[in-house]
Write a protein that binds this ligand. Structure first.
Ligand SMILES: [Zn+2]
Length: 316
């Protein structure tokens, strides 16, 4: 039988799993609430059980999976398979994810940062298939990043590379969730879009009363402040992407996350901004696209990171 891999996207709200072929096809999928408030040991037990349930959907046992890949938020130590900390799950500090899952499942387990996994998924079988140098930005509650160089994931010296949401685009600027000021995430994440709109419009409403999507919808209908906020968001992203183009000179930039709903006009404004600012030789060589795997990129990338290790004996 062709080898099957399990990819797990560890989220603060849900555990999303996919049974994935070596070519990146999702053969079965499964999702359960993370129940993160009950602590890491509980979540790891749920993950192991969910792998069994996922495989059962495809008429297999967990033992039939060749390997398991996990994409986790927060800084991770991929060599040791340890989640160092996650900003949105209490008690997740130095959690030995691969050791625990390996013991429970008796399968090889590979841990990656979740945005790195998503980048690897897009590189192997999504929008960036066929390229060798690319990076991805996940535009959601925060901004995550992943970089592939020369066909391999770039993690940096201590797995802290590719934190693209925290490149500083405005020294001394807006306060970011990471504690610094002026990070790209503090301007262009969905959370930041809502905050900037509230400040601009003088809205003193509860933060949950409207979402980033509401602001994009209002902009599409011509509402003045919303239009300006959305346009400025594209411009901030263009600034960040231009800086990254000048460092990496990639063939492709893939954008994913909830902001994909903003559609082509938003993407076109980002492209225009980059074209105006970047060295022509860099911008001409680079395509900026929406993700094609969407919400599955993390699952597929985690599974294929496990596949790459299984096949080659070295990390993706
Ligand atoms: Zn930051």
């Amino acid at each position: 039988m062709a080898k099957r891999y399990v990819g797990i996207d560890l989220g603060g709200t849900n555990l999303k799993l996919g049974l994935v072929s070596a070519a990146g096809e999702v053969l079965a999928s499964h999702s359960v609430p993370t129940e993160a408030d009950r602590g890491p040991a509980h979540v790891l037990s749920r993950m192991a059980a969910a792998v069994g349930d996922l495989c059962a959907k495809a008429g297999l046992r967990a033992a039939d999976a060749a390997a398991v890949g996990v994409g986790s938020p927060g800084p991770v130590d991929t060599a040791r398979g340890v989640v160092l900390q996650t900003p949105n799950m209490a008690g997740w500090k130095n959690v030995p994810v691969t050791a625990v899952l390996r013991k429970k499942l008796r399968r090889p387990v590979r841990l990656e940062n979740d945005a790195n996994a998503a980048a690897y998924g897009e590189f192997r079988c999504g929008a960036a298939r066929g390229t060798s140098d690319m990076f991805l930005l996940t535009l959601g509650t925060g901004i995550g990043g992943g970089i592939v160089l020369g066909g391999r994931l770039f993690r940096g010296t201590s797995d802290t590379g590719a934190e693209l949401g925290h490149i500083i685009i405005q020294g001394g600027g807006r306060v970011c969730g990471c504690g610094n000021r002026g990070c790209l995430e503090a301007y262009a994440s969905a959370t930041a879009v809502v905050e900037r709109f509230r400040q601009e419009a003088g809205v003193i409403a509860n933060r949950n009363e409207f979402s980033c999507k509401d602001i994009f919808d209002a902009a599409a209908q011509g509402q003045g402040i919303a239009r300006r906020i959305v346009a400025e968001t594209a411009d901030y992203l263009a600034v960040g992407i231009t800086s990254l183009l000048h460092v990496l000179n990639p063939e492709m930039v893939v954008l994913t996350g909830g902001m994909m709903g903003a559609g082509k006009p938003f993407l076109d404004r980002i492209r225009r901004g980059v074209r105006e600012m970047a060295f022509p030789s860099a911008s001409r060589a680079c395509r900026i696209c929406w993700s094609t795997l969407g919400g599955d990129a993390g699952i597929i990338g985690a599974a294929l990171a496990a596949e790459a290790l299984d096949r080659t004996g070295r990390p993706a």
